[in-house]
Design a protein around this ligand. Structure first.
Ligand SMILES: Nc1ncnc2c1ncn2[C@@H]1O[C@H](COP(=O)(O)OP(=O)(O)OP(=O)(O)O)[C@@H](O)[C@H]1O
Ligand SMILES: [Mg+2]
Length: 303
């Protein structure tokens, strides 16, 4: 359904002296239709950038993105616009995704109007159907976003997305601005919707518990690179990369030092300055991903 191969993005930064910042470096993964890949990693490691690159909200420096057999990076803007409705992104903060001046009903009607998928005389009924699907009440359609809770607004965002009949949904920390109890409700809703509509999810989060519940596969990212990818159970039960092990350890294996920025990526394995198991080789040579069991890839000299 979604194939990402060698996806790379270098931002140029610096005003006086231009230098390249490698935010995403040769990232590859596949997601099957109806499945979820959870993308985890610390703040600034490049998760959101991957989401934006897939949708070409940011142009990749190199790499390949194939969506349902379509090579997205070779499409002209006009062609891309045509398939855009099929790929949608949800962001962390529902308030910033909704127009505060539009009533909820109008907000949900907007994608229906813009894409003309539903005839005008059926729109009101479609809106009510969507409202029900995401667990809102009919009276909510006449309210404004500020009159709803964060969780309710995230439901509105989901209704707007469902109006477009998407195949792929990139959810970028969709619940991290919500209270824990509300978080669980939205995650449940997203799983129900996935079952009902066979959505494919790229689920981005720094919360490993959330990712574990949501994902069939997990990709662990460190400073722009994937260090480990595999089936959720394999990665959780048999984590191979010292970084994954540190993230998963219940008493948190303490990692030395700060995460370096993407502007000064360490030589060799980029994790080596913080790695509790590093060897001489790790500072010199960059490890390539190795398949340690079926579909379970690890980029580490120790495996
Ligand atoms: N438009 C841009 N221009 C320059 N640098 C950028 C741009 N967008 C992102 N970056 C840099 O790329 C790196 C990755 O950013 P990104 O937002 O993808 O991280 P993230 O993993 O989503 O972090 P968080 O968990 O905090 O959301 C960061 O160092 C960021 O500063
Ligand atoms: Mg982000």
């Amino acid at each position: 359904m979604l194939e990402v191969e060698g996806l790379t993005k270098q931002f140029s930064s610096g005003i006086m002296k231009k230098r390249n910042v490698s935010a995403v470096d040769c990232v590859s993964f596949h997601i099957k239709k109806g499945k979820t890949l959870g993308l985890v990693g610390e703040s600034g490691c490049g998760k959101t950038t991957i989401g934006r690159l897939i949708l070409r909200l940011v142009e990749p420096t190199s790499g390949k993105v194939v969506f349902d057999g379509i090579d997205l990076l070779s499409l002209k803007r006009s062609e891309l616009r045509k398939i855009r409705p099929r790929m949608q992104m949800i962001f962390q903060d529902p308030d910033s995704s909704l127009n505060p001046r539009l009533k909820i009903g109008t907000s949900i009607a907007e994608p229906l109007r813009l894409h003309g998928t539903v005839p005008k005389d059926e729109r009101a009924q479609k809106i009510m159907e969507l409202v029900e699907t995401v667990g809102l009440n009919p009276e909510h359609v006449n309210r404004y976003p500020y009159q709803l809770s964060g969780g309710q607004n995230q439901r509105v965002v989901l209704a707007r997305i469902l109006a477009l009949n998407p195949d792929l949904i990139i959810a970028d920390e969709p619940t991290s601005s919500l209270d824990v109890s509300v978080q669980a409700q939205i995650l449940n809703l997203m799983r129900d919707l996935q079952k009902k509509f066979n959505h494919t999810y790229l689920f981005i989060s720094h919360d490993l518990e959330v990712v574990k519940i949501m994902s069939d596969q997990i990709a662990v990212m460190y400073l722009g690179k994937l260090v480990e990818v595999g089936e959720t159970t394999d990665v959780y039960n048999n984590a191979k990369h010292p970084y994954t092990q540190a993230l998963l350890s219940s008493r948190r294996i303490l990692l030395k030092g700060e995460t370096p920025g993407p502007a000064d990526i360490p030589t060799g394995c980029r994790f080596h300055p913080r790695c509790p198991q590093k060897q001489d080789k790790c500072a010199i040579e960059e490890p390539e991903p190795v398949e340690v069991e079926k579909g379970h890839y690890v980029a580490c000299h120790l495996v």
